[in-house]
Design a protein around this ligand. Structure first.
Ligand code: COA
Length: 374
């Protein structure tokens, strides 16, 4: 008999700093005014276009975001800098991403009643990695005193769900009994705070999840993973060209195309129907329909995307109780959004209730886990 895989605990680390829309937009608008003044001649000749103001009303209406947490606030609102100030750490210090990963991991381990000795593998899965090697996961493993093995993986918006998929398969294959999956989404250094279209979208966070075989579960708040489903389809509509080849390319390694950029409208149009169909198909495999779900822990990129997806599936908008929203205060946290929602809104479900965790975004990538409360 194959192992029943269980999510037995999650952890959420929230940065202590945050930035409201108003603060962010005041800074952007001052930056735009300065840019326009400094480039008045070129703007007058039509060589470059003046930067229009950003607006808090637009941001909240277009995205649902009111505020975002940030690992390091210093520098972001400085119109002469427009990026965080994060001091480089020496090779013998814990790296920034490992530090926030450990914070979330400790909380998940506590929730699942696990010690380092219980864990066989560590997966760090997120949208950006601070370095190529050694793996952040191996650094986290060392810091927590975990034996076994660890590795990093990148799948942008679906890194968390795809990481959980790998843990699920390892437990099913009996190559590991208990796996720690961590999503240290330190995304602020990749945000172009000078880009009106995207300066408001993201926030930093770290989440962690323990998945284990049923036989070792002691947590009282746990979910059976019924099954997983993954989908990818190549698209350049959400893209970052930052990478190790930049050094050889003889281009600006910090140019706008090396940071997050997207064709937001196209993403919205492409991804919503794909995600809705993905969820419908995943449920159908188990003779379930969207109405059978008690909770939807959806990706948190944009409130209008979530509304549209739930409307397509339910024929009406899901309520906040059915499909909780965290992006109003966390913004888009790359792959961690659905895990934040799960962490904050899962205790009230009762035995037998079904829920779905689903991510969708860059790649394109879509990943889901159908779960049932134990
Ligand atoms: N402040 C004020 N106005 C802004 C603005 C800002 N910061 N950014 C854009 N606008 C304006 C545009 O200039 C445009 O004006 P126009 O109609 O006069 O030309 C108008 O608002 C609409 O711009 P658009 O870029 O088409 O906005 P949108 O309504 O599509 O919303 C997103 C932008 C990003 C919120 C939306 O496309 C979206 O949700 N995309 C999904 C993808 C996503 O969020 N991905 C994240 C990574 S997974």
């Amino acid at each position: 008999m194959t192992q029943q895989v269980v999510i037995s605990g999650t952890g959420l680390w929230t940065p202590k700093h945050s930035i409201t829309n108003e603060e962010l937009i005041d800074s952007y608008n001052d930056y735009a005014d300065k840019f326009n003044t400094e480039n008045a001649d070129k703007i007058a000749t039509g060589e470059i276009v003046a930067k229009p103001h950003s607006s808090a009303e637009f941001v909240e209406k277009a995205s649902g975001i009111k505020s975002r947490y940030i690992y390091e606030k210093e520098g972001v609102l400085d119109i002469n800098r427009m990026r965080p100030v994060i001091a480089e750490r020496s090779d013998d210090q814990l790296s920034n991403q490992a530090e926030i990963a450990v914070e979330a991991a400790r909380k998940a381990m506590k929730a699942a009643n696990k010690t380092a000795d219980d864990i066989d593998a560590v997966i760090v899965s997120c949208a950006y990695l601070q370095r190529s090697y050694p793996a952040i996961a191996i650094e986290v493993q060392s810091e927590l005193g975990i034996k076994g093995f660890g590795f990093d993986m990148l799948v942008a918006c679906s890194a968390a769900t795809f990481g959980m998929h790998r843990a699920y398969e390892m437990i099913k294959a009996e190559t590991a009994k208990t796996v720690l999956v961590i999503n240290p989404e330190l995304v602020s250094p990749q945000i172009n705070y000078t880009d009106r279209d995207s300066h408001f979208i993201f926030g930093d966070v770290a989440t962690a999840i323990i998945l284990e075989a049923e036989e070792t579960v002691t947590s009282h708040n746990a979910y059976n993973v019924v099954s997983t489903k993954a989908f990818t389809q190549f698209s350049s509509n959400i893209r970052s060209n930052h990478g190790y080849l930049n050094r050889a390319n003889d281009t600006d390694p910090y140019g706008a195309d090396k940071l997050f950029h997207q064709e937001g409208r196209k993403v919205f149009k492409d991804v919503c129907p794909l995600a809705a169909e993905h969820i419908r198909e995943h449920l159908a495999k188990h003779d379930l329909t969207p109405k059978d779900l008690t909770r939807w822990w959806l990706h948190q990129a944009n409130i209008n995307m979530n509304t549209l997806i739930s409307k397509r599936l339910l024929g009406r908008e899901a309520t906040l109780e059915e499909a909780p929203i965290v992006l109003d205060r966390y913004a888009n946290t790359a792959s961690a959004g659905s895990v934040i929602a799960f962490n904050l809104y899962n205790e009230d479900l009762v035995k037998g209730d079904y829920g779905i965790l689903c991510s969708f975004g860059a790649g394109y990538s879509i990943g889901s886990l159908l779960v049932q409360k134990r």
